[in-house]
Design a binder for this molecule. Structure first.
Ligand code: 5GP
Ligand code: ZN
Length: 114
């Protein structure tokens, strides 16, 4: 989608530190890391938020979680633990309107979040 920063990253129009890519998804380091490990996993297809997940795009979600599982193993945080977060909408703190999953790890993560 035009003017979407994550679509631009998916199309290689904006550089990023890529950890994984295939035809459907891309994973890259968050530009403002909130933890020692902070990776964003996104569908290449523009989906605005969790509110827009439906029957027609549901397979991408399992693919994203399989990707997250692989990355957590690659980064050696699978055993110690990590967190996956998707902020949604204004109250959820979503600042980029292209569906993304934060993979956070490398430190103890507090609960509940702010
Ligand atoms: P949200 O606030 O929507 O849950 O998450 C958006 C995330 O995208 C933020 O953690 C922010 O640091 C990250 N971000 C925003 N713009 C860019 C960018 O151009 N490159 C990268 N790598 N991360 C970005
Ligand atoms: Zn987009």
């Amino acid at each position: 989608m035009k003017d979407c920063i994550f679509c631009k990253i998916a199309n290689n129009e904006i550089p990023c530190t890529k950890l994984y890519e295939d035809e459907k998804v891309i994973a890259f380091k968050d530009i403002h890391p909130a933890a020692p490990i902070h990776v964003l996993v996104i569908p290449k297809e523009h989906i605005t938020s969790v509110n827009d997940i439906n029957e027609s795009n549901k397979l991408i979600i399992s693919h994203i979680f399989i990707t997250i599982s692989k990355i957590a193993k690659d980064l050696n945080i699978d055993k110690e633990g990590f967190r996956v977060i998707t902020n949604t909408g204004e109250r959820g703190g979503q600042t980029v309107d292209h569906l993304h999953f934060h993979l956070l790890g490398g430190r103890n993560l507090g609960w509940p979040p702010g």
